[in-house]
Ligand binder design. Structure first.
Ligand SMILES: [Zn+2]
Ligand SMILES: [Zn+2]
Length: 136
């Protein structure tokens, strides 16, 4: 059985719907500096979801920023409350990164991978068992 999972921003005006969302059994931490700044924290938690299965609705805004790779990464966030919702890059192909903090569903899903560990803050330990990648 494939189920749709739903998330929402802090104010509730922006919603994210992912079809077959229950196929996501784990999530990815990113320690890059762009994720630190868009989350206002030391890292972000994400999945890579197929764009065709994902629907983002509400008063979202977008901001493009050049990543170290040279690709432009488009950051999508709620225009009312500022919650980080998604980011897109040609590097992700037909998928987009979706921030999992807007979904209760991900509260009990393990972290499988950590990205940009070279930028991990020293106060944070690596997640045991997770693949550690220095960059993307
Ligand atoms: Zn909002
Ligand atoms: Zn990142």
């Amino acid at each position: 059985m494939s189920e749709t999972i739903k998330g929402q921003c802090l104010c509730g005006e922006s919603t994210i719907t992912i079809e077959n969302g229950d196929s996501f059994k784990d999530q990815i931490i990113c320690h890059c500096w762009d994720c630190k700044q868009t989350s206002g924290s030391a890292f972000s938690t994400n999945i890579l979801a197929p764009t065709k299965d994902t629907k983002i609705e509400g008063p979202v805004k977008e901001f493009g920023v050049k990543a170290p790779s040279g690709n432009t990464v488009t950051r999508v966030f709620c225009g009312t409350c500022g919650s980080a919702i998604s980011h897109r890059s040609v590097a992700f192909g037909d998928k987009a990164a979706i921030q999992t903090g807007n979904f209760r569903y991900f509260a009990d899903k393990p972290v499988s991978t950590e990205l940009f560990t070279k930028d991990r803050w020293t106060g944070l330990a690596a997640v045991e068992g997770a693949t550690q990648l220095n960059t993307a």
